[in-house]
Design a protein around this ligand. Structure first.
Ligand SMILES: [Mg+2]
Length: 627
């Protein structure tokens, strides 16, 4: 099709309606207009056209906001054409156009739904024609939040229509837009069917589903009842489609659609999203969320069983299955837009856990994921905002209680108030390169403090600093330690770096080389959390470390857990044999310390001696000890 640039023509005579509307628009307090333009030619001109509409609509109608979505159909992938509006695009609002591309009639559809007296929703689907070719569809969702008479609502629709016509510069003289409240004709019904229903199975399509979700969600909220959305994905369907062809695959999809209709109640809503994905919306299951969950679960299991029964093809039985993800609605912090995504997430879990299963969307998991993201985002600026600080836990000789050093431990006061536990934020930092920056900051701050203690006459024999695996494997690790030593004036002989076994297991040669480089200038190493990881003796033998730190989990149940005591004894015997010193972590009682004395453990740390202290208190602690 050749598209001629459109010159403003006096054939467009809708300006009058438009003006009339503007006169009346003062009555509208708040208008939210959502305009979706669907164009399966994907031409650039269309983008310019939409931009014009947006600007003019905004100006002339004083709209609060205009949301624009423009999609073009490239069969399977629907690509948004307006990157500048991407942030506003609702990802669930995606249109499948393959069925619409079959549209030939010059029909038109206008739906005006008054949900209640105050809030009026306008849904408009407008096919666009050039001569006899339907070249696209426009879809509007408008909410008018005002007590506006329906005649004004209609004028509003006409005004939008005239804007489209006046701006549609792509078209030559034959552009039509459909806007009317005519009595239903056959062609209107036909258009409606094509626009809102799946042509293969006759089920509702994604567009109608999205509208229904929105309506049902608001209804459930208002009536305080619980509903469920089931996301159904067929198992092994692709294999049949690929081996026996699309015609057989389509036959199965039609049959699945029929079986899906058997199980839910008549008021439930069934849609095909596309491919082998179906959705069932169960409205108003119960007032009680637990009952609603049981009900939805039972129904989902029945659906799986029904879908799993054989399909006959030329006397041969074909088998498929289904995985179902479910989300209940409404719930706190959930919007209607979230339902499909949540149920899809649950469905994905069902699939990856062995198929033919029902999984419910786990709100806790989502919250956890959200919280992690929040912590990560805050942590990124924690160093710059001076929110990180260090505490120091004293380490002592087991035999005579003499202080042998301190372990620097990082703490975080988010926003100067809320304390976040290292057990919570360190693993998050460790998943990303954030841990490298944090690790270097900790090393720097601890060394600086250590030197300052020395200047104050506080004699701390040794400083232990934790190094995470990611930080250790960073190419600049050795250089960064050397730089900190130089910057702070810290004596390398007094620095002890704590690494975990995983550091060595992953890249043994690299680890040993880095450790040797630092050991050569006097830095010592301890293997932290010993016993909980691989505890591989063959690696341990080669490690240029001086010390093992027995994990607190083996200490905490002494003297009640005999096997933990046996493990500690064995570690001590082995360490002695291999020439390692041993520090016991998490010593909290006199019995534990006495046990370690009997076993000739070298050092210990834990609440029995002292909890981790601020730099000031640590100085007082040491002064008191050393009299
Ligand atoms: Mg440690």
């Amino acid at each position: 099709m050749i598209i001629e640039p459109y010159n403003m023509s006096d054939k467009c005579n809708m300006t009058h309606t438009h003006d009339k509307f503007i006169a009346k628009s003062a009555q509208l307090n708040h208008v939210l207009l959502q305009l979706t333009v669907i164009d399966w030619r994907g031409s650039d001109e269309f983008v310019g056209f939409v931009d014009d509409i947006v600007n003019e609509t905004k100006q002339s109608l004083s709209l609060v906001d205009v949301h624009i979505q423009l999609f073009t159909d490239t069969f399977d992938n629907i690509i948004p054409l307006l990157p500048q509006y991407l942030s506003r695009v609702n990802p669930n609002h995606v249109f499948n156009l393959t069925e619409l591309s079959q549209l030939h009639s010059r029909s038109e559809v206008v739906q005006i739904i008054a949900q209640d007296d105050v809030l009026k929703t306008i849904n408009l689907t407008v096919p666009l024609f050039n001569h006899n070719d339907c070249i696209g569809v426009m879809h509007f969702n408008g909410i008018i939040e005002s007590d506006v008479p329906s005649s004004t609502t209609l004028s509003f629709c006409h005004a939008i229509g005239s804007l489209i016509q006046r701006n549609f510069r792509l078209m030559d003289n034959e552009l039509r837009y459909g806007l009317s409240m005519l009595t239903a004709s056959q062609s209107q019904e036909e258009f409606h069917r094509l626009a809102f229903f799946d042509s293969l199975t006759g089920l509702a399509n994604r567009r109608l589903l999205n509208q229904t979700i929105e309506t049902q969600y608001q209804l459930a909220k208002k009536n305080q009842v619980v509903g469920a959305l089931l996301f159904i994905d067929l198992d092994f369907f692709k294999a049949i489609n690929d081996s026996l062809g699309h015609a057989v695959g389509d036959g199965i999809l039609v049959e699945v659609a029929e079986r899906l209709k058997e199980i839910p109640r008549p008021e439930d809503f069934i849609a095909r999203l596309g491919g082998d994905e179906f959705v069932i919306l169960l409205a108003d299951l119960s007032e009680n969320p637990m009952h609603a969950e049981q009900h939805a679960n039972l129904l989902a299991e029945q659906l799986i069983e029904r879908i799993s029964q054989p399909y006959l093809y030329k006397g041969q039985a074909l088998y498929i299955g289904a995985s179902i993800g479910v989300t209940l609605f409404p719930s706190k912090d959930q919007h209607a837009d979230d339902l499909l995504k949540q149920a899809d997430t649950a469905m994905y879990q069902a699939k990856s856990n062995g198929r033919k299963k029902v999984y419910f969307f786990d709100v806790k998991m989502q919250r956890k994921a959200d919280k992690r993201l929040h912590i990560y985002n805050c942590l990124k600026s924690a160093i710059a905002k001076n929110e990180l600080f260090l505490h120091y836990q004293p380490q002592h000789m087991v035999q005579n209680g003499e202080i042998i050093g301190v372990e620097a431990l990082v703490r975080w006061h988010l926003g100067g108030k809320q304390q976040i536990s290292p057990a919570e934020f360190i693993p998050i930092a460790e998943e990303t390169d954030l841990i490298i920056d944090i690790g270097i900051w900790v090393l720097q701050a601890a060394c600086r403090q250590f030197v300052e203690w020395q200047l104050q006459g506080v004699n701390v024999p040794q400083l232990s600093v934790n190094v995470s695996t990611r930080q250790f494997h960073d190419n600049n690790f050795v250089d960064s330690v050397l730089m900190v030593l130089e910057e702070t004036g810290m004596d390398p002989m007094q620095l002890n770096l704590e690494i975990t076994e995983s550091v060595v297991i992953e890249h043994a040669e690299d680890a040993i080389r880095k450790m040797t480089d630092l050991k050569n200038i006097g830095v010592s190493f301890a293997v932290d959390d010993f016993g909980v990881g691989y505890s591989s003796l063959s690696y341990l033998k080669r490690l240029p470390a001086n010390e093992l730190k027995i994990d607190r989990s083996f200490i905490q149940n002494i003297p009640y857990n005999v096997s933990d005591m046996a493990i500690v004894e064995a570690v001590l015997a082995m360490a002695k044999h291999m020439g390692f010193n041993v520090t016991a972590e998490g010593v909290e009682s006199r019995q534990q310390l006495e046990f370690l004395q009997r076993q000739q453990c070298s050092f210990y740390q834990g609440f029995y001696a002292s909890k981790p202290l601020s730099a000031e208190y640590l100085a007082l602690y040491i002064k008191r000890l050393q009299g």
